[in-house]
Design a protein around this ligand. Structure first.
Ligand code: ZN
Length: 134
């Protein structure tokens, strides 16, 4: 079951350039940075209420984020909903004709498992479903 919005993913060409806006101007809580090798991104997380802001900087030219930046530039990349049963969500979506970019969960940032829905099945809003690992 989907419980809440976990985070909003924002593609940035440079973490170094964008972090001060979130940290020093908006004064969001800084949760630190990590690299997600699987997605070829470096992630900086900030927290506001229950929602996180996930800044994504590509670590390689063939990262999906690098391709996004090339086409669209910096901006909102995806919305992530938190579920308590990711595998069940994926099979429910698939049974209902939703096209999944990830048919099985994979590793996300901050101890989560994630799966993306294909934007053509979600009104062109890239949608991630994530589950916090126990
Ligand atoms: Zn995300």
């Amino acid at each position: 079951m989907i419980k809440k919005i976990n985070h909003i993913g924002i593609a940035v060409a440079s973490l170094e350039k964008q972090i001060p806006f979130y940290r020093d101007i908006l004064h969001l809580e800084d949760l630190g940075q990590e690299e997600v090798a699987d997605q070829k991104v470096r992630v900086a997380m900030f927290k506001v209420g229950e929602v996180k802001i996930e800044l994504l900087e590509p670590t390689s030219d063939d990262s999906p984020i690098a391709r996004f930046l090339e086409k669209k530039g910096d901006g909102i990349h995806h919305i992530a909903y938190e579920s308590d049963g990711l595998v069940e969500e994926i099979s429910f979506f698939t049974d209902n004709g939703i096209d999944m970019l990830d048919k099985t969960p994979r590793e996300g940032a901050h101890e989560t498992l994630i799966a993306f829905i294909h934007p053509k099945s979600s009104g062109r809003v890239l949608t991630e479903i994530c589950q916090v690992k126990e």
